[in-house]
Design a protein around this ligand. Structure first.
Ligand code: ATP
Ligand code: MG
Length: 427
């Protein structure tokens, strides 16, 4: 096996054993989004690199070092595998004039790509479910997003493990004046900054606040606060968001150091965090991005949204024992002999016509070997077809679960006409 091909590092296969948990999660997600009036969209996985540079920001971690970018050999254009969904969603909304008759509530789900160091909860292909409300000035929509995410954690069974942190980044003026003060402050302490932060000092000083470097924590704690620069409108918006959370009885912590790694945010930002996943503690993040639609060439429109990391939520669900049992068919059809082998596919179709889930034994083999497969399939019943059954236009129904799992091979077994067998199997 030494020269066997392997998947790309950090990109995972979804195998049948884990598929029921994904399907369970996706079903909950669809119902949940429908219950808030959000509508699905799907955009391409590949976009022009310029989209992400313009939307996410040139000096963010994502654009600087995490994007899968390559030159299309056929036309020389720079292409990028999408690292997140908001940019594409807004691009599509502008391109198809989705906002011409007012605000839209949208969602999408699918794989995203970032060239990061793979570890538990951090992959190079990972999945997000994203929600965007385009064309709403809020703060009612900010509150809606927080209430709906809170409801989702309950539906998933994870509410006790996930906490909300919120912050406000204010408007453009406050950020500009805060930025000047930050640069002056950090420049005065430049010897205490690590290399990353020194590099960011003039390009993205806000990100220094997000540094996880323990040696810089004292410096960062004492840095000028954006809170002190906020104007009336930003404060009023933030107060209304907090009020909405209080009214709904949703607990939160104001974390004034929460800045997010994407440039397009203003006003509200939030993260839902957990201590169940080690360093990869954020399961959902988002906020308001009122400037992005105009920045990408659309008619100015306010907006807010969020995205959640599917793998991280699924790890939590699996660890909490919330993975559903694998799907089992109702019936496993065993067939021995040439006549039975011919009749079996037709009988199986008749059972499916009646709404039963049916696995038809494939590949022949002895009765005993087929019965082993029937047991392993977790089906509730085996339907046995031999030459005798074919001649009599009947089948033998054998219960496989519960009290019938005993030693007596004949226990509960009945030979019936197909119509009667269906009645028994459906009962
Ligand atoms: P982090 O701080 O963990 O790198 P981020 O701020 O880069 O996260 P966002 O761009 O806000 O993440 O993406 C939203 C969510 O997508 C994250 O909260 C996380 O749950 C998930 N996510 C982001 N990057 C990855 C990854 N490489 N692998 C798995 N999930 C991820
Ligand atoms: Mg990241």
């Amino acid at each position: 096996m030494s020269n066997a091909l392997r998947a790309v590092r950090g990109m995972n296969d979804l195998l049948p054993a884990d598929a029921p948990l994904w399907a369970h999660f996706e079903n909950i997600i669809r119902d949940w989004l429908k219950s808030y009036g959000y509508r699905e969209m799907r955009t391409p996985i590949l976009e022009h690199t310029g989209l992400f540079k313009r939307a996410i920001g040139e000096v963010t971690d994502i654009v600087e070092k995490e994007m899968y970018t390559f030159v299309d050999a056929l036309n020389g254009e720079s292409m990028t595998l999408r690292p997140e969904g908001t940019a594409s969603c807004v691009r599509a909304a502008i391109e198809h004039s989705l906002l011409h008759d007012g605000g839209k509530r949208l969602w999408y789900a699918g794989p995203m790509f970032r060239h990061e160091r793979p570890q538990k909860g951090r992959y190079r292909q990972f999945h997000q479910v994203g929600v965007e409300a385009l064309g709403f000035a809020g703060p009612d929509l900010d509150v809606e997003h927080l209430l709906m995410t809170a409801r989702l954690w309950k539906k998933l069974g994870l509410a006790e493990f996930i906490q909300l942190e919120i912050n406000t980044l204010g408007g453009a003026e406050a950020r500009a004046s805060h930025r000047e003060k930050l640069i002056a402050y950090f420049a005065a302490h430049i010897d205490q900054l690590d290399a990353d932060s020194q590099r960011r000092l003039h390009t993205n000083p806000l990100r220094i606040l997000d540094s996880k470097n323990p040696a810089m924590q004292v410096l960062v704690e004492a840095a000028p606060r954006l809170m002190d620069e906020l104007d009336e409108a930003a404060l009023t918006h933030f107060e209304a968001v907090k009020q909405g959370l209080d009214d709904a009885g949703i607990a939160y912590r104001v974390n004034t150091r929460l800045v997010r790694g994407l440039d397009y945010y203003n006003y509200t930002v939030f993260e839902w965090v957990t201590d169940q996943l080690g360093a990869q503690g954020t399961v959902c993040a988002g906020g308001r991005y009122d400037g992005l639609v105009a920045q990408l060439g659309g008619k100015p429109a306010p907006a807010c949204g969020f995205a959640m990391g599917v793998e991280r939520l699924l790890v939590m669900m699996a660890e909490a024992g919330l993975a559903p049992a694998p799907d089992a068919p109702d019936v496993y059809v065993v067939n021995v002999g040439d006549a039975a082998a011919r009749a079996a596919p037709v009988i199986a179709e008749t059972l499916r016509d009646a709404g039963l889930d049916v696995v038809l034994h494939g590949g022949g083999g002895s009765f005993k070997a087929q019965m082993k497969k029937a047991d392993a399939s977790l089906a509730r019943f085996a339907v046995l077809i031999g030459d005798d059954e074919v001649a009599a236009n009947q089948v033998t129904v054998k219960p496989l679960r519960g009290e019938y799992q005993q030693n007596d091979p004949q226990l509960g077994q009945q030979r019936l006409a197909i119509a009667d067998a269906i009645e028994l199997l459906k009962g």
